[in-house]
Design a protein around this ligand. Sequence first.
Ligand code: PBG
Length: 330
Amino acid sequence: MMSHPLIRPRRNRRTPAIRSMVRETSLSPTDFVLPMFFHEEPVDTPIASMPGVTRWSLESLVREAGEAHALGIPAVVLFPKIDESLKTPSAEESSNDDGLVPRAIRALKAAHPSLCVITDVALDPYNSDGHDGIVQRDGAAEIEVLNDETVEVLCRQALSHARAGADVVAPSDMMDGRVAAIREALDDAGFTNVSILSYTAKYASALYGPFRGALDSAPKEGDKKTYQMDPANAREAVRETLLDEAEGADMLMVKPAGLYLDIIARVRESSVLPVAAYQVSGEYLMLKSAAAGGWLDERAIVLESLLAIKRAGADIILTYYAKQVCGWIG
Ligand code: PBG
């Protein structure tokens, strides 16, 4: 006689209706943040290292952000390409109230008051060294990225974003103590309502290459391993989580996302704060090129990649696919 299993998990997978009832995770436009590139020029430029992604003029940035918001996306995060002539070792341009980012924030908030505007706080687009912090040479063979000196500049940068009307500032630099310092600087200036989304566990990943191509922001010398985390480490992400929470972060971020699902889950378990995950430029490029070659079904693989990030514990997902996905799930 054939033996019959008493318990049959397949019953819960039998029809689309049953599957939809037992589904544990779903994607909605409100899960997404759209990262946007822009520059001073009056034209829109396709980004060679990220097919399908554009570096917008200020005018187009406002229009495109409005379209994303109309699809239900609550927030954008801004990445400026700064003119080479404005880059200096101390990154003064990063806190210029009339600089590209403050002007973009004001234009976005004027056109779309309900859009949440998030800014990236780090020095790499402004720094002639291409590092997230201030570089010290000292004649030594190895360059040093200074921590406390950098944090002071980051505070000035965050303040200039707040003065322009940013809702959320997102320090992506990985300097020690920057969340507490930025919180204090914001509060002292009366910006108690401006939130901090901290890049809590940002790894020194090979997946940022296409982004640096988009902004011409690659380090001129050395790498980012003295401040971004070692991809080999997971417990260290918990340490950063506890610190950021104690320092007053409102939301935490893990970056990259797809290769770091275990980190998203660890951070999720270690904190009650909302957790964001950034599907970065290299992840985008891997998905895009596999799809462009006809090797993978773009819609299916992108939705699966995002569902996995959400399932791992992310409440918020930054992805270059945000607008397209809204069309797919809408
Ligand atoms: C800059 C910054 C980077 C990214 C976001 N903010 C690059 C880096 O750290 O070198 C990468 C995003 C992406 O690859 O999509 N601090």
